[in-house]
Ligand binder design. Structure first.
Ligand code: HEC
Ligand code: HEC
Length: 369
């Protein structure tokens, strides 16, 4: 027995990059702050799966789909053999592993696509921007998350298979995916094909540099805000009157019934009398109602509209379920930071608070003084 090449460099690069992309996507999921990294991981995964599909026809002997064409029956029989300790050793993919790979490729592809559909529906970004309603975007998101959970389960199955096989056949399969080599007869080996591997890596690095290019050119007074949407409606009277004591909270942040109640009680506004004359109050109320959360102008508006029960008209944004859920992972000391001082001081952490967009990628915690 010699050490022969089984996994060529492109296959190995694909394997570990895909693992990294999935892990990065999983870790950055559910947090608006890391959405740009999350989307990058998704593009990376799509690119890698696309490459692997091509490599299944153009790759070396063990990378080709024709070398691991098994029926589901053969895969099940192989799992049975493994459990009874008598499974045959394969140099390339075994029947059960082959089906794990088909599944992972199919899931990787559908996770990437459903992610782009979610991005288009929820954030109005990416290739599907503006094509779907936010309701549909929300549905895509749930589908996207279910697919990701299925992929995690399949990864666990794959890892268990690798561990069991490694013990059963006394060979370190994880190491073989690093070195590419396994014990076998010389005539079973395959040719290296390194050039394509280098190309894969160069393409990934090139795409990464292009995707994050705007970060390299940002300056403190012109920060790069990925996912910033189009400018939201503005009104000079509203901005002047409602922005004099605190941030002018954009109308999308509360439902119309809250704004009606707030303007009806303008003589006792959190202990202050706003003393607005009727014409001014009317203009402000009209602006607030026209662009309230129900308009779904932004993802924030949509989330706010869904989270406030119909019978309620809260006056505080910070007391709505949506706001509290969005901020539940923020450490306690961040609220006591001298630059923050109040939960309602949105602009301390949201660089686009003045515009009212509260877009992902424009938010962060203030740095320690
Ligand atoms: C101490 C800093 C801080 C303050 C103050 C703050 N936020 Fe946030 N906010 C964050 C961070 C950080 C996130 C991202 C949380 C995460 O990781 O998902 C966030 C998330 C959000 C989101 C969710 C965005 C999305 O796309 O999911 C909205 C909306 C939002 N904030 C609105 C507000 C509003 C309105 C205020 C003021 C009333 C406010 N925030 C005050 C730090 C802050
Ligand atoms: C005279 C000063 C003053 C003016 C003018 C003013 N507010 Fe306020 N506003 C306050 C104070 C004080 C609070 C309570 C702050 C706190 O407790 O954190 C508040 C709180 C709020 C909140 C709740 C924020 C939260 O989620 O905790 C909203 C919404 C709000 N104001 C909207 C408006 C609107 C709309 C206008 C214009 C019609 C307006 N304010 C004008 C003083 C003012």
């Amino acid at each position: 027995m010699d050490k022969i090449l089984v996994w060529d460099l492109p296959t190995r690069l694909f394997h570990w990059l895909l693992a990294a992309a999935f892990a990065a996507g999983w870790l950055t999921a559910g947090s608006a702050r890391w959405l740009d990294l999350h989307v990058f991981a998704g593009y990376l995964m799509l690119g890698l799966v696309g490459f692997r599909l091509a490599w299944g026809f153009a790759g070396n002997r063990y990378a080709r789909f024709s070398s691991f064409r098994f029926t589901p029956g053969q895969a099940l029989a192989y799992v049975g053999d493994t459990l009874s300790g008598g499974a045959k050793r394969y140099l390339g993919h075994n029947p059960a592993g082959s089906w794990a790979i088909y599944g992972l490729l199919a899931l990787g592809l559908s996770i990437g696509i459903s992610g782009l559909l979610t991005l288009g529906g929820q954030e109005n970004h990416g290739p599907f921007a503006g094509l779907f309603s936010r309701d549909l975007g929300h549905g895509f998101k749930q589908f996207h998350e279910a697919l990701a959970s299925a992929m995690l389960a399949l990864v666990a199955f794959h890892l268990a298979g690798v561990a069991v096989e490694s013990v059963l056949h006394k060979e370190n399969l994880a190491k073989a995916m690093v070195t590419g080599r396994k014990a076998g007869k010389l005539h079973q080996g395959s040719l290296p094909r390194r050039r394509a591997g280098v190309l894969v890596l160069a393409a990934v690095m090139g795409f990464g540099a292009w995707y994050f290019k705007d970060y390299f050119t940002q300056t403190p007074d012109k920060p790069y805000l990925p996912f910033a949407g189009p400018a939201l409606p503005d009104n000079p009277t509203w901005r002047a009157e409602c922005g004099s004591c605190h941030l002018a909270y954009h109308p999308v942040l509360l439902p119309a019934r809250s704004w009606r109640r707030m303007m009806a009680e303008q003589d006792r506004h959190f202990g202050e009398d706003l003393a607005l004359d009727p014409a001014t109050a009317k203009e402000i109320l009209a602006f607030l109602q026209t662009h309230a959360a129900e308009t779904h102008l932004t993802k924030t508006a949509y989330g706010m509209d869904r989270s406030v029960p119909t019978g309620e008209a809260p006056l505080r944004i910070t007391e709505t379920r949506y706001w509290q859920r969005a901020h539940r992972d923020i450490p306690e000391e961040a609220w006591r930071h001298p630059k923050v001082s109040s939960k309602a001081n949105c602009a301390a952490c949201h660089r686009d608070a003045e515009q009212g967009s509260f877009s992902p990628g424009a938010m962060g915690l203030p740095s320690t003084p």
